[in-house]
Design a protein around this ligand. Sequence first.
Ligand code: KIV
Length: 286
Amino acid sequence: MTQLSPAQKSVPKTLYGGTSSRRITVRDIAAAKERGEKWPMLTAYDAMTASVFDEAGIPVLLVGDSMGNCHLGYETTVPVTMDEIAILAAAVVRGTKRTLVVGDLPFGAYQEGPVQALRNATRLVKEAGVGAVKLEGGERSADQVELLVSSGIPVMAHVGLTPQSVNAFGGYPVQGRGEEAAQQLLRDAKAVQDAGAFAVVLEAVPAELAAEVTRSLHIPTVGIGAGLDCDAQVLVWTDMAGMTAGRVPKFVKQYLQLRELLGGAAKAFAEDVIGGTFPAEEHTFH
Ligand code: KIV
């Protein structure tokens, strides 16, 4: 019988729910595309929540600049800084064992050019310990992707609706509608693939166009508001768990009403304190 080496034994058979004890790498992601395996990705911004998702078998966690709206109280992702991403990405890495942690490069951290991108991406790899970085843009960011990848930093790209450009877009409109816009989106996705990206997020793109992009690329597409045919799907965790206040985008499915549950727990605690029933005997030292 052929003996498997420890490294061979730990090769994950599937990205989601696999039992390998080592961290998922970009090579595992490429193998999943070859197998035609779909995979889930969530955002995470702290060690405790990240550990829940890691234990649940989520293979890729994105420390997204969506932390701006979802964690830090900003209105958009634009104000998020490298320091904020670096601190929270380090926490997510500490909270996880198996998941591939991807750190987002925030607005202003790579637009100056490839050298600035390399400096900031290197910081996330060295200080936070992320296994890959993400940046927004297709053709316009291809030079940045190329230098990072040739320097040994895996890159997830992000095309379609790129929220860091909210001021230029004048909001968050669906992208790639109409022949010209669709052709540009295809060129953007191909440009980042050719530059060496290991995956590309397609955000707010018509499902038919996302399916065409997915068929024409050899790297996986990660859809958010891009239909069923992408190789992977990502949601912002606070949207997915019903923690976000107010209206959520059409593409969000809420799997829990966490905001309501947490608020209910806080009210129950407050009522116990006011009514003098907490702490009870079992919570008391003598
Ligand atoms: O910052 C983020 O969370 C993202 C995802 C929505 C893809 O970019």
